[in-house]
Design a protein around this ligand. Structure first.
Ligand code: PMP
Length: 350
């Protein structure tokens, strides 16, 4: 796909958009008497608008992620970037998108909100990537394909070669959500964006970086696609405190915590099959495990009664009988295993 093909995928009204220009866009210096943005002159710590382009934070992330700043978009969580994909590429009631199923629920919700038909393609056996079926689901009005690797809720990363072949063949924009890539030995495709002009990679600081409360999602893509996202987003989408607190948090490595979560995931994955009620522990490249049990609703209720909250995925396509269990601290995981032992012994909450 070349740059003209990408441009042709953009909604005509977005291609023609004249974006809002903020006071901070028109004058970018930091010294002086600011009488340009109708802010209050009284210092509260927050009386000035934040940088709409998040230049300092992007420079820091560019160095950490090895991606040029012009290929980085920052959003109010990945959820903002998901919504922007529809708003930029899909004409409501006309265009459609394709997604793997099961996957992260917000792709479908954002499609519904934007009045876009979502063509959900079931994953194959053992949650394999259904590449042929995904390609077959696309037609002349298909603009987007949503992939998630490692996938939520199945936990598996799709083989890089299969992803690459699909991105090359798909006739639209491919969104690859790598929210959990930090926990996977397979790593990220973000270093190879130049090879894939139709690829948009999502990552987030909500998982491995432990900053879910600050709301910072990242998209990595060609400078052309990033410029479109920057034009369509709300001008001041990342607030001042998030920009500052994230920037400070990035000075500390999370490698040790990620390694500990992966070690705990391996321990729990190795322990669970010994329980008689556990039917299957799916292989995981993420910070959670999808576990199929005899009676998911009963076990879910038991854990709740013990003060342990997991996600019941029993009613999700392809996940009958499954609970999704996030990996916690060692002490929390120990409590989980104790509670499962009590359940096994019949010492269950009803
Ligand atoms: N992508 C996936 C695959 C997720 O599972 C989640 C959260 N559960 C998100 C994105 C949300 O990320 P954020 O907090 O950045 O909105």
């Amino acid at each position: 796909m070349n740059s003209q093909d990408i441009e042709a995928l953009v909604r005509p009204n977005i291609r023609a958009l004249c974006p809002y220009s903020t006071a901070r866009d028109e004058y970018q210096g930091s010294l002086g008497i600011f009488l340009d943005a109708n802010e209050s002159p009284y210092p509260t710590g927050w009386n000035r608008y934040p940088d709409p382009r998040q230049k300092a934070l992007k420079a820091k992330l560019a160095a950490i992620k090895g991606v040029p700043a012009e290929s980085i978009f920052l959003g109010n969580g990945s959820d903002e970037a998901i919504d922007l994909m529809f708003r930029i590429f899909c004409a409501p009631g006309v265009d459609n998108a394709v997604a793997i199923d099961p996957s992260y629920g917000m792709y479908n919700v954002a499609a519904d909100i934007n009045d876009i038909e979502m063509r959900r393609v079931p994953l194959g056996p053992d949650f394999a990537l259904p590449a042929k079926e995904l390609l077959a689901a696309a037609d002349a009005h298909t603009k987007l394909l949503f992939l998630c690797s490692p996938n939520n809720p199945s936990g598996n990363a799709f083989p890089a070669a299969e992803l690459e072949a699909l991105i090359r063949q798909f006739p639209g924009i491919v969104v690859l959500d790598e929210a959990y890539a930090d926990f996977s030995a397979q790593g990220s495709l973000r270093g190879r964006l130049a090879e894939f002009p139709n690829l948009v990679i999502f990552q987030t600081l909500s998982k491995a970086y432990g900053l879910a409360g600050l709301r910072l999602g990242m998209a990595f893509a060609s400078p052309y696609i990033i410029a479109l996202m920057s034009m369509v987003k709300y001008p001041y989408n990342i607030n001042q405190s998030t920009q500052e607190l994230v920037s400070a948090a990035l000075d500390k490595s999370v490698d040790g915590q990620v390694a500990e979560i992966v070690a705990q995931r391996r321990r729990i994955a190795a322990t669970l099959p010994a329980f008689g009620f556990v039917r299957r522990v799916y292989p995981s490249d993420a910070n959670f495990l999808l576990v199929q049990v005899d009676d998911a609703d009963a076990l879910y209720a038991h854990l709740i009664a013990d003060g342990i909250i997991v996600r019941n995925r029993n009613r999700v396509r392809g996940c009958a009988g499954c609970l999704r269990i996030t990996i916690g601290l060692k002490s929390e995981n120990d409590k989980l295993l104790e509670s499962l032992q009590a359940y096994e012994k019949g010492d269950i909450h009803r």
